[in-house]
Design a protein around this ligand. Structure first.
Ligand code: BGC
Length: 786
């Protein structure tokens, strides 16, 4: 729930009961609707006021030159930036001769409601114009999960107290003026007038615009059509110009009379299709949507979501605020990935322009593991997008003097877009993260067709990269020097343990998969000696260890560095990256985000229980969580080592990252990976779920604040429900065939439609680890209810 009296805690809705313009930009991100193919920010129907106007199509970007003060070999020359495409959600309203604008007149009531089961954003406003006319506007907006090119809006105006002349202008508008850029590097570059008109038309209730981008050469088509119901004498007119198509509806409403408009909007884009082809494509999409009709679209949306929630729902007793946050998180993850269809899932989904709309390792490391266990087809699609850019990644590896594939740190279309190589190109771990997501997906689904057609080549090319990036030293150890791990406050380090362990898994998995599919592997040029080379590198992978402290260093020399002056750092100097030079951060022990702690989650078998507890206690006082990709992982490890209250505190932070705007940048879009970590903190943290080699294991344990936790997962085509209380866990297989699982180290065979209950063994935890001064997570105890 947004830390604001206007927001209510509800189980299945995010509801704002008053409009507050100071948080408008944040709420535009929270109320964004998307299906992974297109995304509409939660801008007000009438367009103004706005924080950031935004309509996005997955992978529609413009190129811009990347300027360097001192360039070097291999630096990317151009960057890709997501663009605000034609705005189809605009519906302006004139009441007598005054525009409906919440900044003028008097807003009597204003409510917005994101419904997580119906998949719509509802808005209801009662407004009195400066001239004293009161109207009620009710709108319902949706981006269809079932017809991915379609958004639709039902818009209704009612006159309350007088006879009023009403003009509704339903529009398509291209090249909206962007808001002023700020200095935060996490924001997007600002591009103006990115769209060049190719075609515009309007007739009757229909409007259409076709544009293309200047440099990236992408063509975008947008069309709209309307069903209009008004009193007798309602007049419909339409007009268009290069950047605007408009359908105007004029009528006179007596008190109690209504004008009802349903607007269907279709989007299409292509790098290859001609203008006529794109024109026809969006017109065809509109025809299909009209045939389904508004009620039909609503029914399809609800059915799609019912089926999603049947495999993904989480129930949580004792903390209603978090119950809401977790469902919001799952809904947003679905919105980001549902219909991406071989396109990337960006760090902000399609909810805002932050990070230029780029995709990072966030997707494979944090988002796909959630989708794999809740909506597996979306994972396969996202990984097929990685596969589609494999040639570019091979080219990049070649450019860097390496073999195999080097995937970009940040990109939209596949080329490296990071101009800052220490936290870009050097973060080679992204390649192992992709391999991890591939293996995880195959383990959880047994999808051998995917493995043969897509997964195997991704594993092979990334294994080749590691083999050429590392080397055997004089002691025979396989070292990976000069790379950056997840913690971006350390860079160009030797033998980052996260990277080395993930690379080791990557090399093993490639070898195993190549042996499972020898013909495909041979066709990809893999011979027995190459496999032997991968296995040898994996077996001799150097994992540094500090005997003196009994701790795993984040990288070879990390522990030798001076500890950051946390006491001398003021609270307002966080995030450190905005107040201190990287040069200083790099040479001190200070951790931006879980690094070694993440290794202990993703490579959990590489550490003993005691090692995990010792390492966790060592890194806690150094970790400042200047990235949203940290709290969730810290929650998982805190739970594993028995620090249940600390885990709960971290979990609360991950869950409320966006709805409480904890990093003060939700305005630029929501943090999809942090939302994903919310689910992971619950399911892998308090549920203790780990998936390995085709099996699922659980080690559930709840913090005091959660009385009961129930969650669902999809594994090997079976739907499983897990219910945990303070003392026992019940596993129920809802469909499929009998499944082998593990509960706190003991094997259980679950019969179909049968439940097995086991008690939860106690755990003895050490003292609660400390955090840097001022960086202790907020205690999760005060439960607000509606
Ligand atoms: C984090 C990266 C992450 C990026 C995008 C940065 O602040 O350090 O790990 O990939 O944000 O979310």
């Amino acid at each position: 729930m947004i830390e604001h009296p206007a927001f209510k805690v509800e189980e299945w809705n995010v509801r704002e009961t008053e409009l507050h313009l100071d948080i408008l930009a944040q709420t535009e991100s929270i109320f964004a609707l998307s299906n992974g193919h297109m995304g509409l920010r939660g801008n007000l129907d009438e367009g103004e006021p706005h924080g950031i106007p935004g309509t996005y199509l997955n992978s529609v970007y413009e190129l811009r030159p990347l300027a360097y003060a001192e360039a070097g070999y291999g630096f990317p020359e151009s960057g890709q930036t997501v663009i605000n495409v034609t705005n189809g959600k605009l519906i302006r309203l004139l009441v007598d001769d005054e525009p409906f604008d919440v900044r003028y007149g008097a807003v009597q009531s204003h409510e917005r409601d994101l419904d997580l089961r119906d998949g719509v954003l509802r808005r209801s406003v009662r407004w009195t114009s400066p001239a004293g006319r009161t109207i009620k506007v009710s709108s319902v907006r949706m981006v269809s999960f079932t017809q991915r090119a379609i958004a639709a809006i039902s818009y209704e105006v009612e006159s309350i107290d007088a006879s009023v002349r009403i003009v509704v202008q339903s529009e398509l508008v291209a090249n909206e003026a962007p808001p002023n850029p700020g200095k935060d590097p996490r924001m997007a570059a600002v591009l103006e007038n990115v769209l060049e008109s190719e075609e515009h038309l309007a007739h009757g209730t229909v409007g259409l615009l076709v544009h293309h981008t200047h440099v990236s050469g992408l063509r975008i088509g947008t069309a709209m059509d309307h069903n209009i119901k008004g009193p007798q004498g309602t007049v419909i007119e339409s007009e268009s110009s290069p950047d605007v198509a408009r359908v105007s509806v004029t009528t006179q409403l007596k008190p109690g009379e209504r004008l009802q408009i349903v607007k269907f909007i279709a989007y299409g884009w292509s790098s290859q299709r001609s203008r006529p082809a794109l024109h026809d494509q969006v017109i065809a999409a509109l025809s299909a949507a009209r045939l389904t009709g508004w009620e039909g679209l609503l029914a399809e949306q609800r059915a799609y979501l019912d089926s999603f929630w049947a495999g993904a729902n989480v129930e949580l007793d004792g903390d209603p605020e978090i119950q809401q946050a977790v469902r919001f998180a799952l809904f947003q993850i679905l919105q980001a990935g549902a219909r991406g269809e071989r396109r990337p899932i960006p760090a902000k989904g399609l909810t805002g322009p932050g990070y230029d709309g780029h995709v990072f390792w966030d997707t494979e490391t944090f988002v796909l593991p959630v989708l794999t266990l809740t909506q597996p087809s979306a994972t396969a699609d996202a990984l097929r997008w990685r596969y589609s850019i494999l040639d570019k990644a091979r080219k990049r590896a070649h450019e860097l003097g390496l073999r195999g594939a080097a995937f970009p740190w940040r990109t939209i279309a596949g080329e490296e877009c990071s101009g800052y190589w220490p936290a870009g190109t050097a973060a080679f771990h992204i390649n192992a993260d992709i391999a991890y997501a591939v293996v995880n997906y195959i383990n959880a689904t047994g999808d051998t067709v995917f493995e043969k057609e897509t997964g195997l080549e991704l594993l092979i090319e990334t294994a080749r990269l590691w083999r050429s990036l590392g080397y055997h030293d004089n002691d025979g150890r396989f070292r990976i020097d000069g790379v950056t791990g997840p913690d971006e406050y350390s860079a160009i380090a030797d033998n980052n343990v996260y990277t080395n362990l993930m690379a080791q898994q990557n090399l093993h998995s490639a070898a195993e998969a190549a042996k499972r599919h020898p013909h495909v592997a041979r066709a990809l040029g893999v011979e027995a000696d190459e496999i032997a080379g991968w296995l040898d590198a994996a077996a001799r992978m150097f994992i540094p260890y500090d005997e003196r402290l009994g701790v795993t260093p984040q990288d070879e020399t990390f522990i030798e560095h001076e500890v950051w002056d946390f006491v001398g750092t003021a609270p307002e100097q966080y995030p450190l990256l905005l107040h201190f030079p990287y040069f200083d951060l790099y040479r001190k022990q200070v951790v931006k985000q879980a690094d070694l702690v993440l290794a202990m989650h993703l490579c959990n078998e590489a550490f003993s229980e005691e090692q995990k507890a010792r390492n966790f206690a060592y890194y806690e006082p150094l970790t400042v969580r200047d990235s949203s990709l940290s709290a969730g992982t810290q929650a998982v490890l805190a739970a594993e080592v028995g620090q249940l209250q600390l885990a709960y505190d971290y979990f609360g932070e991950a869950a409320l990252m966006d709805i409480d705007d904890l990093e003060h940048n939700t305005r630029d879009g929501i943090h999809i990976a942090s939302l994903a970590e919310t689910w992971t903190a619950l399911v892998a943290g308090f549920g203790g779920l780990r998936s390995h080699a085709g099996t699922l294991s659980f080690a559930p344990r709840l913090p005091e604040g959660i009385k009961r936790l129930a969650f669902h997962t999809i594994f090997c085509n079976c739907r499983l429900r897990v219910e945990v209380t303070a003392t026992e866990a019940t596993y129920r297989l809802l469909n499929g065939s009998p499944l082998q699982i593990w509960h706190h180290g003991n094997e259980i065979t679950l019969p179909v439609d049968g439940a097995v209950t086991r008690s939860i063994p106690p755990i003895k935890a050490g003292p609660r680890p400390t955090q840097p001064p001022g960086r202790v997570p907020a205690p999760r105890e005060a439960h607000r209810s509606s």
